[in-house]
Design a protein around this ligand. Structure first.
Ligand SMILES: C[S@@+](CC[C@H](N)C(=O)[O-])C[C@H]1O[C@@H](n2cnc3c(N)ncnc32)[C@H](O)[C@@H]1O
Length: 213
């Protein structure tokens, strides 16, 4: 039998950690998404799907809350962070069913519109305990940040609502230390529109989808 190929979405952060450092430091500078996740997540055993370098997971980890950081890209995995790391993909989560008290994913594989998202969602539902929480974070859209993109990079709210999720919009901002820094990151994302940016604060709306398993 031919085995289905498990794909992961290539991400620039492993090849260009300096640029990723700007992204993580400046997007949601006020830490509203971390605060939201911190309030919404229970204690216990929590999975972060597509954890990147563990930026979010490290901030959510507490004495009574162990975060397991699942990440496919070896170049992103940062073993200096005091997390439990697991190398793998959303479509084939290397844990038994009902292992986790909650699962979350921030701007990672679980984007609506990607072809095998259903495989990832099924896996998330499999590894969360009955009654455990699932939280997915993405771009909400209708903001200055998404307006720079020639393509629609906003999340499709009705996809998630049809899947039984509630949602909340978090109003935040990219805040850069300088215009140079803003142009460096935004031109990498958006080309000429990014080079033309001449301010350090950019409106950014984030959506968090939640449901109980
Ligand atoms: C935009 S980064 C976000 C990282 C992190 N969640 C954060 O908020 O900083 C997306 C991450 O998803 C990972 N990724 C890509 N394909 C994946 C897949 N199939 N399953 C799980 N993670 C994946 C990438 O390697 C990358 O680290």
């Amino acid at each position: 039998m031919k085995e289905k190929q498990i794909k992961w979405i290539p991400f620039y952060g492993g090849e260009n950690p300096d640029l990723f450092e700007i992204e993580r430091r400046c997007m949601d500078r006020a830490g509203k998404v971390i605060q939201y996740l911190d309030e919404m997540l229970p204690n216990g055993f929590i999975l972060d799907v597509g954890a990147g370098n563990g930026f979010t997971a490290e901030k959510l980890q507490q004495e009574n809350r162990q975060i397991v950081a699942l990440e496919p890209d070896e170049k992103m995995i940062d073993l200096s962070k005091p997390l439990v790391w697991s190398k793998g993909v959303a479509q084939n989560i290397p844990f038994h069913e009902h292992t986790f008290d909650a699962v979350y994913s921030t701007w990672a594989f679980l984007f609506d519109g990607i072809p095998d998202i259903e495989d990832g969602l099924k896996e998330v539902e499999r590894v969360v305990k009955p009654g455990g929480k699932i939280i997915i974070v993405d771009n909400y859209g209708n903001d200055e940040f998404c307006s720079f993109s020639p393509h629609d990079i906003s999340s499709n709210v009705s996809f998630w609502v049809n899947r039984g999720f509630d949602y909340e919009v978090i109003d935040t901002q990219f805040i850069f230390d300088s215009i140079d820094e803003a142009q460096k990151l935004l031109s990498f994302y958006f080309g000429d529109k990014g080079i033309a940016v001449n301010k350090t604060k950019i409106e950014y709306k984030v959506v968090a989808y939640t449901k109980m398993n």
